[in-house]
Design a protein around this ligand. Structure first.
Ligand SMILES: Cc1ncc(COP(=O)(O)O)c(C=O)c1O
Length: 509
């Protein structure tokens, strides 16, 4: 078995053996000749399968350790949806490629049926929250927030609530769902009962019985979260979900399979916005899904084929090219991020007077691991808070808080070390009250202000006005996303240039 670095370069990338090309060819054909009517050689129509897309689909399966088993252990078997597949998926690995990360998420959420419920943390990628709240809700799929830092809270959310209020709520959502389309006989029966007997108590009992038996639950989360980089214990949550017959779905975009492999930790489905680190060059939109479970894979494949949000051949090629250098890029970006996090912690502790030299963040490994806590000494201005705040200082310094799971003072650092190879390449930080994020950003020359993350170039995002702008201000504040919060996606530039750029921004404050 090769190391992951070798798998990244070689796994299934081989070209056409007739010519010996060393990269996979881009197969543009949308249709494929058949030997006889109804007897395609391998592919018939590119929405259903394409050789270039197949390479990247197999690649994500290998990288996420998602080679298919029979799915016998799945809690979802025969329960999660009414979707079945007439496809023969024999020989497939467990990966699927989509046109975007959102198309991948849409496909995964399409596994569920009206009345099912997805348990999510509040700090969820905005697009995922939006599609749950504004799109899938129209089809009766419900979501509920839970505090994923507290396994007991997740357990409670997964426990089917049979209280009259809950049943009433479910009835309403089911009644709404039947207006669109009820797909299962039981749901239909429940919904019919609901509409016909608004006032009849027996229907409540009937509905309750149906609901207690049928709705599927799932947990859906990212770790670390965006943009506060809270760490969620994947193995602990997956174990709880399994006990409650619920699926565990992990969006692994921020870590990539190079740093973290959720299926090995007990997750059922892992997905990516491959637009980010896997693509790695800000030039391809893509989404990937992987599962070890054959039944789930078949249903996802059916959804992919039926709904058509597949990854094009050209973009599949770009993605395979990006994936080859994932290890190199991640190593460099994570090293840079760790140094920057410590640099910012220094600012947080000592104010803006310390320069790059006097905090010696340079290339000294020992300094990279220094945390706010370790640095604190008897500096009375430093406040370390271990709630939501990762490293807090009082307002007399330009940086109020630094969020980076690789810092030993980060409350999730132990779990991060257990489940991932490093703290990742994203660093969030909050300017102290009275300091202007725009002034800071206006002075940057190397770091670009832009949405997205995970590419070779460093990108700075202001979540309140960019990625999280659609969340009402009060809810944002409640989530800990203030107007002074910035998220830096650290790239692979030279660390001295990055630090100089950041210092330039801080000098402007
Ligand atoms: C964690 C996460 N998941 C999913 C997505 C959606 O991916 P895409 O933009 O490729 O549709 C994003 C996009 O930023 C993301 O950050």
């Amino acid at each position: 078995m090769w190391h992951i670095e070798s798998q990244l370069v070689h796994a299934l990338n081989d070209g056409d053996p007739r010519f010996g090309d060393v990269v996979c060819p881009i197969h543009l054909s949308t249709t494929f000749a058949q030997e006889r009517f109804g007897r395609p050689i391998r592919y018939d129509y590119a929405r259903g399968g394409n050789p270039t897309r197949q390479v990247v689909e197999d690649q994500i399966a290998i990288l996420e350790d998602a080679l298919l088993s029979d799915g016998n252990a799945s809690c979802a078997d025969g329960n999660a949806a009414d979707i079945t597949s007439d496809d023969n998926c024999d020989g497939a690995k467990g990966g699927l490629a989509f046109a975007t990360g959102m198309a991948a998420i849409t496909a995964v959420l399409s596994l569920f049926k009206p009345g099912d419920e997805i348990i999510v943390p509040k700090n969820l990628y905005g697009g995922t929250f939006r599609i749950l709240d504004k799109y899938f809700s129209r089809f009766g799929l419900r979501y509920r927030f839970a505090d994923f830092s507290n396994p007991v809270a997740v357990e409670q959310a997964l426990t089917i609530d049979e209280s009259p209020e809950s049943v009433k709520k479910t009835k309403e959502s089911l009644a709404g769902a039947i207006l669109t389309e009820a797909t299962s006989a039981e749901t239909q029966a429940a919904a019919t009962a609901v509409t016909e007997t608004q006032a009849v108590a027996t229907a409540v009992t009937e509905t309750q019985a149906v609901l207690a038996r049928r709705p599927q639950k799932a947990v859906f989360f990212e770790s670390p979260t965006n943009p506060l980089l809270e760490v969620i214990d994947i193995a602990a949550i997956a174990a709880i979900a399994k006990r409650h017959n619920a699926l565990t779905i992990v969006d692994n975009t921020f870590m990539t399979p190079y740093l973290q492999q959720p299926l090995k930790l007990g997750a059922d489905i892992v997905l990516h916005s491959a637009t980010k680190y896997l693509g790695g060059h800000s030039d391809v939109l893509a989404g990937l899904v992987a599962t070890r479970n054959y039944e789930l894979y078949k249903r996802l494949h059916f959804i992919q084929y039926s709904t058509g949000g597949t990854l094009s051949a050209f973009d599949s090629y770009l993605l395979t090219r990006g994936i080859k250098t994932l290890a190199l890029r991640m190593n460099k970006a994570c090293d840079n991020a760790s140094i920057i996090a410590n640099y910012l912690v220094e600012k947080c502790l000592r104010g803006n007077n310390c320069t790059k030299n006097d905090n010696s963040a340079g290339n000294d490994n020992s300094v990279r691991n220094v945390s706010c806590d370790d640095n604190a000494g008897n500096d009375s201005n430093a406040i370390h808070s271990y709630g939501n705040a990762i490293n807090s200082c009082n307002g007399s310094f330009p940086i109020a808080r630094v969020f980076y799971p690789g810092l030993s003072s980060h409350p999730g650092n132990n779990i991060q070390q257990k489940q991932a190879k490093s703290g990742g390449a994203l660093v969030s930080f909050e300017l102290a009250e009275g300091y202007d994020v725009q002034k800071f950003a206006g002075k940057l020359r190397l770091i670009t202000v832009a949405e997205s993350l995970g590419a070779v170039e460093s990108l700075l995002c202001h979540p309140a006005s960019m990625t999280h702008a659609s969340i009402p201000a009060e809810l944002r504040e409640e989530m800990g996303i203030s107007n002074r919060l910035l998220r830096l996606s650290v790239g692979i530039e030279h660390i001295d240039d990055l630090l100089a750029d950041i210092q330039q921004g801080l000098d402007a404050l």
